[in-house]
Design a protein around this ligand. Structure first.
Ligand code: PMP
Ligand code: GLU
Length: 383
């Protein structure tokens, strides 16, 4: 039988970040020594106290379904964290999900009708586009690459792009793939536009805990006027090195959380029970380990920027997350293919994020391996 595929699935391509990471893993399985700077995954193990909390919870019999929106203890811990960040939040606003990705997916499925307009700030993480397309939304994109990925200089373009037809704007700061932290001035301008044109903003704050040089990121949902038009998305993958645990959440006005709960209940039922218990421990007792990991990323950032600068390559300095955008040839796809095939260094083409001419480098790797990557790229005339 020839299967007939839906428009929904035909509209999207596989995740570029995961595809390249899979290719790197395949090459490694074939015996090739690849420096994998493709996927955004901390190279640290999950802190021990979090693992212990999961084991204890499992041993105590927390292995069944939980309430769909999450266990009360975790929802309370999340609401307390968001309140600390200045976001008005009660447990009724919180939905615990298997990963930040699932949180975003549910929000788009809940709020986007066929043909609704969604605005992205490019370069934007690969899965926003795919999720919007699956939901049937129409994308409009505002490019920040010409402005060193900052939002203030791109505000005039944003103002021209949004309109009363805009349903959602997606903001991701610190940003994947560039690591820039949007200024308060830029976020206030976003707020003013959202209020003027009456649209919702999804604020993806999954890298909020990983910032450098003493910079702190303001949560969009903490700004006056944003309390009923912000959906804050976060997850445990990055800050707590918990990618494989699959735990995330969103917080939104109660009626949105409740409607999204239908999609959640009919698709995933709930996040894994003992993983949710580990999430409570992560939020409440892991500040030191998070700070140590952030310091290590900052150190690697500095080393990598210096290595590129020594070779005459000027890279915009990330202020958070663990990515940087390396300017490469116009044909960034061909550059990335040469980098992996010839130098055995895996990176992701900027065009996957809507911004050709760059390769995204994830520096969630040891300093030795980062140095090795730079040497290899240099030897193969890729810098
Ligand atoms: N948002 C951004 C910007 C990301 O880079 C990621 C990484 N996968 C996610 C959300 C989702 O992460 P996860 O599903 O592992 O929580
Ligand atoms: N967010 C990470 C990245 O951009 C993990 C892979 C993914 O989910 O896309 O590489």
């Amino acid at each position: 039988m020839t299967p007939q595929f839906t428009d929904r699935v035909s509209r999207v391509s596989p995740s570029a970040t995961l595809a390249i990471s899979n290719k790197a893993s395949q090459l490694e399985a074939d015996g090739v020594d690849v420096v994998d700077l493709s996927v955004g995954e901390p190279d640290f193990d999950t802190p021990q106290n979090i693992k212990d909390a999961a084991t204890e919870a499992m041993e105590a019999g927390n292995t069944g379904y939980t309430p769909t929106s999450g266990i009360p203890q975790l929802k309370e811990a999340i609401a307390a964290k968001l309140a600390d960040d200045g976001i008005p939040c009660e447990t009724e606003n919180v939905m615990v999900t298997p990963g930040g990705k699932q949180a975003l997916f549910e929000v788009f499925q809940t709020l986007i009708q066929e043909g609704d307009e969604v605005v992205l700030l490019d370069p934007a993480w690969v899965s926003y586009e795919a999720m919007v397309k699956i939901a049937g939304g129409d994308l409009k994109r505002v490019d920040t690459a010409a402005h060193d990925f900052r939002l203030e200089p791109a505000l005039a373009d944003l103002e021209e792009t949004v309109s009363d037809d805009t349903t959602i704007l997606v903001v991701n700061s610190p940003g994947n793939p560039h690591g820039i932290v949007y200024s308060d001035e830029a976020l206030e301008a976003v707020r003013d536009l959202a209020v003027e044109h009456d649209f919702m903003v999804i604020s993806d704050e999954i890298y909020k805990e990983i910032t450098y040089d003493g910079i702190e990121m303001t949560s969009l949902g903490s700004l006056d006027g944003m309390e009923d038009r912000t959906i804050t998305v976060n997850g445990f993958s990055k800050a707590y090195a918990m990618t494989g645990w699959r735990l995330g959440y969103f917080a939104a006005p109660e009626e949105i959380t409740s409607e999204a709960g239908k999609i959640h209940g009919h698709s995933v039922s709930c996040a894994v029970n003992f993983v949710q218990h580990a999430g409570v421990e992560a939020l409440q007792n892991t500040d030191d380990a998070v700070a140590e990991m952030a310091d290590a990323f900052e150190d690697r950032r500095d080393m990598l920027l210096a290595e590129f600068a020594d070779r005459g390559v000027d890279v915009t300095k990330p202020e958070g997350a663990f990515y940087m955008m390396l300017p490469v040839a116009d044909d960034d796809q061909a550059w990335c293919e040469r980098a992996i095939d010839e130098a055995h260094v895996a990176t992701v083409p900027g065009s996957a994020f809507g911004t050709p001419g760059y390769a995204r480098v994830s520096y969630a790797n040891s300093k030795e391996r980062l140095q090795e990557a730079v040497s290899r790229l240099d030897e193969h005339d890729l810098l």
